[in-house]
Design a protein around this ligand. Structure first.
Ligand SMILES: [Zn+2]
Length: 147
């Protein structure tokens, strides 16, 4: 069986073991939405950010596939249902104050983005060294390697 077959038949997701007391603690905003950061369980990459309402969170937990609410189209959508780039959910995490989710997934197909990239975050707006590195230790600068 080829990868194409697996993609076209759309393997079902696996329902998640769910902590209902935490589901009740999700704080949806005044539009009834909560942002969901979708992260690649394998590589750790942030794949996309989308919104869930209570029903799409419920569907996600019950189907093991990512379900979102489209603010522009005002409709539910299941990631990859038309493209084949499905997301199989391993874990849904709630942040400390209950107003954001992280969804760890096994990304299927060509990636999370409709533009064809693995992650939606493929454009670098700015970059820098972060914590400045200390000067090289004197012994390595005077080392014998000659590189
Ligand atoms: Zn994208």
């Amino acid at each position: 069986m080829s990868a194409t077959d697996a993609s076209s038949t759309g393997a079902p997701g696996t329902p998640l073991t769910t902590d209902e007391s935490l589901v009740d603690q999700v704080r949806f905003d005044d539009r009834g939405l909560v942002p969901a950061v979708v992260q690649d369980a394998a590589g750790g990459a942030v794949l996309t950010v989308a919104y869930m309402n209570a029903e799409s969170l419920r569907r996600t937990l019950e189907t093991g596939r990512t379900w979102f609410w489209s603010r522009s189209r005002q409709e539910f959508w299941c990631k990859g249902e038309t493209s084949g780039d499905r997301q199989y959910v391993r874990e849904v995490l709630l942040d400390c104050d209950g107003d954001a989710l992280v969804v760890l997934v096994d990304q299927h197909g060509g990636g999370a983005c409709h533009t064809g990239t693995w992650s939606c975050f493929s454009r670098t707006v700015g970059s820098g060294p972060g914590l400045p590195r200390p000067d090289p230790a004197p012994e390595s600068a005077a080392g014998p390697t000659g590189r």
